[in-house]
Write a protein that binds this ligand. Structure first.
Ligand SMILES: [Zn+2]
Length: 147
């Protein structure tokens, strides 16, 4: 396959987006970042649980490498972290026995915790937190900005 290389001669990107590896969410996450956040160039590392990787990793060199390269080499100004509902890395929705509100509250706290860690390391970056929530009997994904 041959295709055009859109980023010829470009070595900087606007953001780094850290999302979960989950196949059910990443394509829509890319769409959300492009359309809603209007970010057209971004590095896109994915690790199980997204914020979980930052909060719980035993190997910080590896995890922060996913952020360091975009920030230092590609001069990304924004860091976006996307957690999602029914995340297997956290035990799935089953862990909250279907209480979506409690699950969202938990992910909100996880994201905020990750933000604190990242702000300490990258004080001049804008950090955007997002929770991908399942709605309408799981027919829709709603990307909710956490403030
Ligand atoms: Zn996940």
């Amino acid at each position: 396959m041959k295709t055009s290389f859109k980023f010829k001669n470009m070595h900087a990107c606007e953001a780094v987006v850290l999302a979960c590896i989950d196949f059910r969410f990443w394509k829509e996450t890319v769409e959300f970042v492009e359309k809603e956040l209007v970010i057209k160039s971004f590095d896109f590392p994915s690790l199980p649980g997204a914020a979980k990787a930052i909060n719980e990793s035993q190997d910080e060199t590896f995890v922060f490498g996913c952020i360091d390269v975009p920030v230092n080499l590609h001069h990304a100004k924004k860091i976006v972290i996307v957690n999602h509902q029914d995340c297997g890395a956290y035990g799935g929705s089953a862990k909250w026995s279907g209480d979506g509100e409690a699950e969202q509250k938990f992910h909100t706290e996880e994201l905020q915790k990750a933000k604190e860690k990242l702000s300490a390391k990258y004080p001049d970056k804008e950090i955007i937190l997002v929770y991908a929530k399942l709605e309408n009997d799981q027919n829709d994904i709603n990307f909710v900005r956490i403030v």
